[in-house]
Ligand binder design. Structure first.
Ligand code: BGC
Length: 738
């Protein structure tokens, strides 16, 4: 308690220096020495950082290494520094004397969040979940979404967004899967990388997280992810590596969990060897909130900034602790200078100095909602459509919507990434109403949107609480649309089913024309799948989700989303059928995550990775594969063989000997086609996906031999395959695409 109070005093003292921000470029320090202000430094970001470092006092240096929680936290007796943005995740004081702005940090990946503890919530535009965006397989949508939320962050005066969430869906019950981008390292890396690039196009920093193998929430602060190095390199780390190559985030957030023993934020192998020495990434590592457990160990391992002091009582990077570590010779001045330089360098290279943020700027909410809606429409997956029951026929006169609060709005995911909508939570009061809640429904009603699109139909709503009455309502209609929801949130893992399966069964029994619309955080079991003709997976569809769902159901939008995760038939098919456990989490499946596990085991999933139907059809042909640089290029034609325009997620899979699984996603492209149109598509295949990681050689090793390159409707329905003989090759750990 005493420590927390003294921190508050420190925050206020640092803030008192904020007046000099508008001073002329040359300022005088007490000693009379002229200083160069940050904005006036010359050269590369590295050179500018070094110039600043040379002018800084030790107090100033240390002040950049510890961030405060940005929201009052009464249980810990903590009041956020006044200069923090209201209700935010974090704040690192600036150094006004040198023209270095504060770092104002906001969550996260679907928009500008407000912490649950804040009384007043900031209303901002929520994208669909990260998993929904991944389901678009559309790099442009991922970039546009990132650019949109980054612009709102900037307009609110935030210059560090804590979004760019890359953990793999290794555990389908992970309560944070909705924040991430699916089970495949290429898809997740590309989509998260594009989002990061979009965020940073606003001259602010984006943060890739949670580094690394933070793949369950159960016991997240202590659990130990056990995964052999080669498997890690080919799965979780590869996703981050690809995201970094595309997005170049200014910061990385080390995770809560341990990895093969050490905590993620005290992990020289992850933070120094891999991230810096091998990937050549020049940014700074911030900790997750309360994820630092030591001073010298964490600093020497590669963590540069401790986050969220006040939310957690630990203050391992407080100035007095760092000084003590220096005095004891446990860390060095060189290390402190390196940490400061990395932070400054990212601030220079990502525009924080040259294009500083200021709060309370105007936001074009109408334009931003359109971005969110396009993302949602691109990510909705039509899983099943027997007899082409969808799109809804104009002849369906009586339609009943059942359950899922579909009269009011659409579900969102909980935790620190929670974005609050304008107006009210459409369905307030659902438990839990506080952490890890509240459960928030965005006011975008599928019922109202459908009524607007089908003015001649009689569309009613039944809450589904009484199953018998719901079934009767379905019987008396021409068609029933039943909504299944799975709420998910940070800090918990969640059962793999919707609320509620028995309602869906009852409705399906009384109405053969039953469409199921799902809003889920991740993959769920669908025990009723054979009993309904149509299933639509809408994920957490964001602020405009009701409109997006209605437009897909009516055919105003032709669905083009494809699964970024495997939908199993049963828990028994998973590598770990039992619920996530605390302690050592042995990821014995290695790099065979998701579909790779299913393929390697010969399990038949309910819906495979990459699956997604359309209201039109696509045909592939003329596949050729050629060598290009270190990798390959697959070229093929895609033809829209149906009657309506549509977009296809063309998927290229690769196969080789001795891999963790029979096939890997090697590349993909989203292609929009008019009816009858054919396009020639070229997809570059990353050479790392044609190799395996060798710990002995510390690099990617490809054996000489025959490799297969296939185009598929999804990971299980391969349409055409070409073989190519390749010589042996070796790519070092430092290799990156040109
Ligand atoms: C989460 C991070 C988040 C941070 C700040 C942590 O609990 O794990 O993802 O950015 O809080 O809100």
């Amino acid at each position: 308690m005493t420590v927390i109070k003294s921190t508050r005093v420190l925050g206020v003292m640092l803030a008192a220096t904020a007046i000099a921000m508008n001073a002329p470029l040359q300022a005088q320090v007490d000693s009379g020495t002229a200083v160069t202000l940050a904005a006036d430094t010359q050269g590369s970001p590295e050179e500018r950082a070094v110039t600043m470092l040379a002018q800084m006092t030790q107090d100033e240096k240390l002040s950049l290494l510890m961030g405060f929680f940005g929201t009052d936290f009464p249980p810990g007796g903590f009041e956020a520094p006044e200069e923090a943005r209201y209700g935010s995740a974090g704040y690192v004081p600036g150094i006004a004397r040198l023209g270095i702005p504060a770092q104002w940090q906001a969550d996260a990946g679907i928009g500008v969040a407000t912490q649950g503890g804040a009384q007043v919530k900031r209303a901002r535009t929520a994208l669909p979940s990260g998993l929904a965006t991944a389901a678009t397989w559309d790099r442009e949508l991922a970039f546009a979404g990132g650019a949109m939320i980054g612009s709102e962050a900037r307009a609110d005066g935030f210059n560090v967004l804590l979004g760019g969430s890359v953990n793999l869906t290794r555990e389908p019950r992970n309560g944070r899967n909705f924040e991430y981008a699916g089970e495949d390292p290429l898809l997740a890396g590309v989509m998260a990388g594009e989002q990061i690039a979009g965020v940073q196009s606003n001259d602010i920093i984006s943060t890739s997280k949670h580094f690394a193998v933070n793949d369950q929430e159960t016991d997240r602060g202590r659990s130990n992810s056990v995964l052999d190095e080669a498997s890690m390199r080919m799965s979780d780390l590869l996703a981050f590596q690809i995201a970094h190559e595309i997005g170049d985030p200014g910061s990385v957030m080390c995770a809560y969990n341990r990895v093969n023993g050490p905590y993620s934020c005290e992990h020289p192998f992850l933070l120094t060897q891999v991230l810096r020495k091998e990937w050549g990434w020049p940014g700074y590592v911030m900790s997750d909130w309360g994820a630092v457990h030591s001073t010298a160990d964490a600093a020497n391992s590669g963590t540069d900034q401790e986050s969220g002091y006040g939310l957690q009582r630990a203050a391992n990077f407080a100035a007095d602790k760092l000084r003590a570590a220096l005095d004891a010779g446990e860390t060095s001045q060189e290390r402190i200078d390196l940490m400061v330089t990395r932070i400054l360098r990212s601030m220079f290279s990502h525009g924080l100095i040259d294009n500083p943020v200021s709060a309370d700027q105007l936001i074009d909410f109408a334009a931003n909602r359109a971005v969110s809606q396009a993302d949602a429409e691109g990510g909705i997956v039509l899983l099943k459509n027997d007899g082409n029951i969808l799109p809804l026929a104009a002849s369906a006169r009586r339609i009943v919507l059942i359950g899922g609060h579909a009269d009011k709005g659409v579900l969102s995911g909980g935790g620190s990434s929670q974005v609050y909508p304008d107006g009210e939570n459409a369905v307030p009061g659902i438990e839990p109403t506080s952490w890890p809640g509240p459960v928030v429904y965005y006011p975008s009603s599928p019922l109202e949107e459908l009524r607007a699109l089908l003015p001649d139909a009689r569309i009613t709503y039944h809450d589904g609480v009484d199953h018998r009455r719901a079934a009767a309502a379905a019987r008396n209609a021409d068609l029933a649309i039943v909504f299944g929801t799975q709420w998910a949130s940070e800090s918990i893992d969640v059962p793999m089913h919707v609320e509620d399966d028995t309602l869906i069964e009852s409705v399906a029994q009384s109405q053969p024309n039953t469409v199921v619309v799902l809003q889920t955080g991740g993959p769920v079991l669908m025990p009723w799948a054979d009993k309904v003709p149509a299933i639509v997976e809408a994920w957490f569809p964001g602020r405009m989700g009701g409109a997006a769902i209605a437009r897909v159901l009516t055919g105003a939008v032709n669905p083009s989303g494809h699964l970024p995760v495997t939908i199993p038939r049963s828990l028994a098919q998973l590598p770990h059928p039992g619920d996530p456990q605390p302690g050592d989490v042995n990821y014995t499946e290695g790099a065979a995550v998701g579909y790779k596990w299913f393929d390697a085991q010969g399990h038949d999933p309910l819906f495979p990775f990459g699956h997604g139907l359309s209201y039109t059809g696509f045909e592939y042909g003329n596949l050729t594969v050629t060598r290009a640089g270190d990798g390959l290029v697959a070229t093929f034609t895609v033809t829209n063989s149906g009657e309506v325009a549509g977009a296809d997620a063309a998927q290229v899979y690769v196969s080789g000997e001795g891999w963790e699984a029979p096939r890997r996603l090697g590349g993909f492209a989203k292609v929009e086609l008019e009816p009858g149109e054919t396009q020639l598509v070229s997809v570059a295949l990353d050479p790392r996906l044609l190799a395996v990681w060798s710990t002995r050689e510390n690099g990617w090793v490809r054996q000489s031999g025959s490799y297969q390159v296939s185009i598929g409707e999804n990971s299980r329905e391969i349409v055409e395959t070409a073989s190519i003989d390749l010589p042996a090759s070796y790519l070092s750990a430092q290799w990156r695409p040109q």
